[in-house]
Design a protein around this ligand. Structure first.
Ligand code: PRX
Length: 652
């Protein structure tokens, strides 16, 4: 690594000083950051931490995210692009200025009002990367309605679980989407989900893209968005639909994410703290400035899509890009064409996408002028050193910034901060703690801090800074016990990630402590996958593990035992069952969870108390040392696992 010039060292000190101030005088620090947004009523207290571990930020303050993201820019930025929509799937391109966006948000809000939705009601959004997704999110927040976005690649049962969990009154979807050449019938999937859901939603609003002529609108329940919006147009004015001023701690959205349980957890987000945190992060961490273009490739169904495709760029008066399509379009040059076309200065993508692009011809990176692009931020999964160096060399002047965070935190907690000063990247590391976060790596058993250089669990001191989850949706106990109660005697938030700090203070993330698998930057719980596979009638037991994968970081593999193994012996029959189990997983959870391998075995390796020893399954699959297997009831079972895996190798 090249030594930084002395000015860079001085600027690293500036970053450290900034972080120190944030921790020593948090009230002063966050009161200053709160100026990034408009407040209708000033807050009385910066932080109310009278009921640990629950923190309330900016209490008494009233604001509205839609006002901050749209209305307040109209006077000065009405004609500036707010959203560049570019679709490789349909070939469509559309630019919405801030004035257009305001108009569209009012149209959507008039429909929400006409459907009887009110402050605190929940709306599920099941939409691909089209501007209407951002419009729907903003329209909900304008009226104080809580949105819960469900990734449009999730299957119907997954959607049903989320509709039930947040007790949604309305689902907003579109007729269909395509991914690559694959048709995704979203409206049909919504119909299926509503049949499965226990709670009944009162309405479905469907944006008709003309991609699926077979959709049916159920009278009295389903509305064609453009027809209905025209009917409500007389109410679509700022006077009739003013922004509702919410208390800073009112909920803005709930986003479900996978954990150790079979059911996803609803990550709750407040209003004022979140708006302040992401606006400040856009400035200090991402270095994005008003009037510039931010290009996040993240889908609106994920946390990055919420914070950095939609909210932060708009709150900061930037133009944001919504790209619908894969990075492989135009021979792998589509992203760079978009950078050139929109003049993007900052990008956000995932390491998996970069590893996929690595296979493209070198000229795909040089075909377009990337002169405006300063930084490419990558997050969601480990960015290996090789990929980090490769993309840095390929994009030449563009600095690559690995940053680490979670759905729970809403914004980065480990990152370099080029918005504050020059940075010194160490490939393989997401850098240093960000201002506002009190990081400590602790021993997994004792919860005591480990010496520098030793691996431990990455934890955060409480209260968590603004923008982080205040609690789990309707489950305070889970926030208290699961997230903040891992280490008795010391109340700290656990990230459930292992980490280590090197002698220069750089952090390295070493994987999850729990059973969460990360496929291409997307979180999947082993329990969810096991439940889905177990729905096949022939299956007795399932163990799912995440194994190392060159491109996606991790891949799902499953070991399955059958209820009547003696009845299924031929390879043809075993293959047929494997295929059916695979289909059951995809139909329940979506294509993302498709197992890369399903091995049918006689027994699973278990401890004497009957717990599956996943560690052993993983070690065999990754061809590593087994470690201590003395607690295992019958180590001979492992031969069967090896045999199943070797069959896979023969097959492939
Ligand atoms: O395990 C860590 C991994 O992704 C998890 C969070 O995933 P999600 O809730 O989907 O939020 C993604 C927000 C970017 C973390 O617990 N992870 C995220 N970023 C990194 C990472 N692992 C290593 N390096 C990263 N930069």
């Amino acid at each position: 690594m090249v030594n930084p010039p002395s000015s860079a060292i001085a600027d690293l000190d500036v970053c450290q000083e900034f972080c120190r101030y944030s921790l020593e005088k948090p009230d002063d620090f966050w009161a200053e950051q709160a100026r990034f947004i408009d407040w209708e009523t000033p807050f009385q207290h910066v932080c109310d931490y009278s009921q640990p571990p629950f923190a309330k930020w900016f209490t008494g303050g009233r604001t509205n995210i839609c006002h901050n993201a749209v209305d307040r820019h109209l006077a000065t930025r009405g004609d500036q692009p707010a959203i560049y929509y570019i679709s490789s799937e349909t070939g469509e391109q559309r630019t919405l200025t801030y004035r257009d966006l305001h108009h569209e948000v009012l149209r959507m809000a008039s429909c929400l009002r006409a459907l009887g939705l009110n402050i605190g009601d929940r709306v599920v959004l099941y939409l691909p990367m089209i501007p209407e997704a951002a419009v729907a999110m903003l329209a909900c927040l304008r009226l104080g309605i809580i949105h819960s976005t469900v990734f449009a690649g999730f299957a119907a049962p997954n959607l049903a679980t989320r509709i039930d969990s947040c007790d949604a009154k309305l689902v907003i979807t579109c007729d269909a989407a395509t991914r690559g050449s694959k048709h995704i019938p979203l409206k049909h999937l919504v119909d299926e989900a509503l049949d499965l859901a226990e709670r009944k939603v009162s309405a479905v609003l469907m944006i008709n893209r003309g991609l699926d002529t077979s959709v049916n609108l159920k009278p009295g329940r389903d509305y064609d968005y453009s027809v209905f919006a025209d009917e409500c147009a007389h109410n679509a004015t700022p006077e009739k639909l003013p922004c509702v001023w919410l208390e800073a701690n009112d909920t803005s959205y709930v986003l479900y994410t996978s954990g150790t349980t079979a059911r996803p957890k609803g990550i709750q987000r407040d209003t004022g703290g979140y708006a302040v945190a992401i606006a400040a992060s856009m400035h200090h961490i991402f270095g994005g400035r008003p009037g510039e273009t931010f290009f996040s490739t993240a889908d609106v169904g994920w946390v990055v899509g919420h914070s950095y495709t939609v909210y932060a760029p708009l709150i900061c008066g930037m133009s944001t890009v919504m790209y619908e399509g894969t990075p492989l379009c135009e021979d792998g040059a589509v992203w760079w064409r978009i950078v050139e076309q929109t003049g993007a200065t900052v990008m956000f993508a995932s390491p998996t996408a970069i590893r996929v692009l690595k296979k493209q011809a070198a000229q795909s990176f040089t075909r377009h002028n990337l002169g405006t692009l300063r930084h490419l931020f990558l997050a969601g999964e480990p960015l290996d050193e090789t990929t980090s160096i490769w993309i840095r060399e390929t994009l030449k002047h563009v600095e690559i910034v690995d940053n680490y965070w979670q759905t729970e935190t809403g914004w980065p907690l480990l990152s370099m901060m080029p918005g504050i000063g020059p940075i010194r990247v160490k490939p393989g590391s997401p850098g240093f703690p960000v201002y506002g976060y009190k990081l400590e790596i602790v021993d997994a058993d004792t919860g005591l801090p480990v010496p520098r250089g030793e691996k431990g669990v990455l934890t955060l001191g409480l209260p968590l800074p603004p923008g982080c989850m205040p609690t789990v949706w309707q489950n305070d106990a889970m926030f208290e016990r699961h997230y903040c109660g891992q280490f008795p005697g010391t109340m700290r938030y656990s990230t459930f990630d292992y980490a280590v700090q090197d002698d220069e203070g750089y952090y390295f993330i070493l994987g999850r402590t729990d059973d969460v698998i990360n496929v291409a930057g997307h979180r999947l719980g082993t329990r969810e996958i096991e439940e889905a596979a177990s729905s096949h009638p022939a299956v007795a037991e399932v163990a799912a593990v995440g194994v190392h994968d060159e491109i996606k970081g991790q891949a799902v593999i499953c070991f399955v035992t059958l209820k009547r193994p003696d009845e299924v012996t031929s390879n043809v029959a075993l293959n047929a069952i494997s295929k059916e189990i695979e289909t059951a997983v995809v139909n329940t959870l979506g294509a993302l969870a498709r197992p890369a391998f399903i091995g049918i075995v006689r027994n699973l390796p278990k401890t004497r108390s009957g717990k599956v020893v996943r560690r052993a399954l993983l070690a065999i699959a990754e061809k590593r040392e087994l470690g201590d297997i003395s607690t295992m009831e019958d180590p001979a079972v492992l031969d069967d696992i090896r045999r199943a895996l070797s069959l896979k190798h023969i097959a492939s």
